[in-house]
Design a protein around this ligand. Structure first.
Ligand code: IMP
Ligand code: MG
Length: 365
């Protein structure tokens, strides 16, 4: 069985948190595109963990984590990421598997990405130049650098991840695909050219892992959407707030700074037209709506929905105590906001996020 988690906006919807929560039910968690431009933040028992290249599956001891050939890997950064998590008590022995065919991000790629930082607001992690070389058939594969450089730490993890996952699926093991970035940053379906250089929809999961389409026949596709919208970097953002003070206030409330670069995120209302597009492209089967607690600092919340109104649709805000544990505990105004999103996208909402911790994700009945 294979299921997929993807982002439905411009990234940073909380995919890491949702994947971490769902992963308890799975044997494998897999990253199949992108690289260390991603930043997935998860709080476990009040402790903050941020993964970049690694799947968040590494945070649960019984799960095996995979980085496939669809990803680009900076070996130096990956060694650092593994070492830092080891120091926080995470054991990787026999539970991390990295494709020997993953494309290497070189130091030259990092230098070449400097200009993209200024021009596109790229994260500067070398993602674009590495994928460019891959498609130009000039890329270096991970296998050929780990043996002869200082990246020996990675050697025990390298393998044929396609074969590994194929066998796991045939043995009825449960696999969760962890998308990075999001559809509006997708190289084909995003706001081109203000996008990243990898495909970031659920549709790339077969190609990025090498698993055949029929294995995805019954996949659930969980689309993660923030209760409002954020974006980092340059490019169109139809619902962006115009007032700097308001932006600043909500940014502070939501801690909206890039997990990879620390940059302040641009902020705006939820955009129902954009969200419907995202659900269509990904074939979303269910939604996870995150950060609903952040909006409780406002008096009134807006949603843009051109199909219903040419002005913004207004919703009253809600108050949370922090002790809500079930759907029934949640205020009517919040439930109303969630129901609207569900109705207008035609997708069931399976989870809502009302705080930072693992236990502040509430399943919707
Ligand atoms: P690149 O992927 O580093 O080349 O960046 C291209 C664009 O995608 C920039 O606007 C980045 O800010 C954005 N981006 C890349 N990865 C992420 C992510 O994980 N979350 C949010 N934005 C991202
Ligand atoms: Mg992020």
């Amino acid at each position: 069985m294979i299921d997929i988690v993807v982002g439905l906006q411009w990234g940073d919807e909380g995919k890491g948190k949702i994947t971490d929560y769902m992963s308890e039910e799975y044997d494998w968690v897999v990253r199949y595109q992108g690289g260390s431009n991603a930043g997935h933040t998860v709080y476990v028992d009040g402790k903050k963990y941020v993964t970049h290249s690694l799947p968040v599956g590494v945070l649960r001891p019984n799960i095996r984590s995979v980085i496939t050939h669809g990803c680009v890997v900076n070996p130096e950064e990956l060694v650092k990421e593994i070492t830092e998590l080891e120091e926080m008590g995470i054991d990787f022995t026999n539970r991390l598997f990295i494709s020997k065919d993953a494309t290497v991000i070189t130091r030259n790629h990092l230098i070449q990405d400097e200009d993209n930082k200024k021009e596109w607001g790229s994260t500067g992690k070398g993602i674009g130049p590495a994928y460019r070389d891959k498609y130009d058939r000039k890329a270096i594969k991970l296998e050929s650098v780990v043996s002869d450089r200082s990246y020996k730490k990675l050697v025990p993890f390298l393998t044929d991840t396609r074969e590994l996952l194929y066998t796991a699926e045939r043995n009825h093991e449960k696999i969760l695909m962890e998308g990075a970035q999001a559809v509006m940053l997708d190289i084909d379906f995003g706001t081109y050219p203000y996008v990243t250089s990898s495909p970031c929809t659920a549709n790339y999961a077969p190609q990025g892992t090498g698993l055949p389409l029929h294995m995805f026949g019954d996949s659930s596709i969980t689309g993660v959407v923030k209760a409002y919208t954020t974006r980092i970097g340059t490019g169109p953002f139809p619902t962006e707030f115009s007032c700097p003070t308001f932006t600043e206030m909500l940014r502070e409330a939501g801690g909206e700074y890039g997990a990879t670069t620390g940059r302040p995120r641009r902020m705006g209302w939820l955009d129902m037209d954009q969200l419907r597009y995202a659900c269509e492209v990904n074939g979303v089967t269910n939604l996870a709506i995150t950060k609903l607690d952040v909006l409780s600092c406002l008096d009134e919340i807006n949603i843009k929905d051109d199909a219903l109104s040419d002005t913004l649709i207004k919703f009253p805000s809600w108050e949370l105590t922090g002790n809500e544990k079930t759907w029934d505990d949640l205020p009517a105004e919040l439930k109303n906001y969630v129901s609207f999103i569900s109705f207008e996208t035609g997708c069931i909402v399976s989870m809502v996020g009302v705080g930072q911790n693992r236990d502040q994700l509430i399943c919707v009945e």
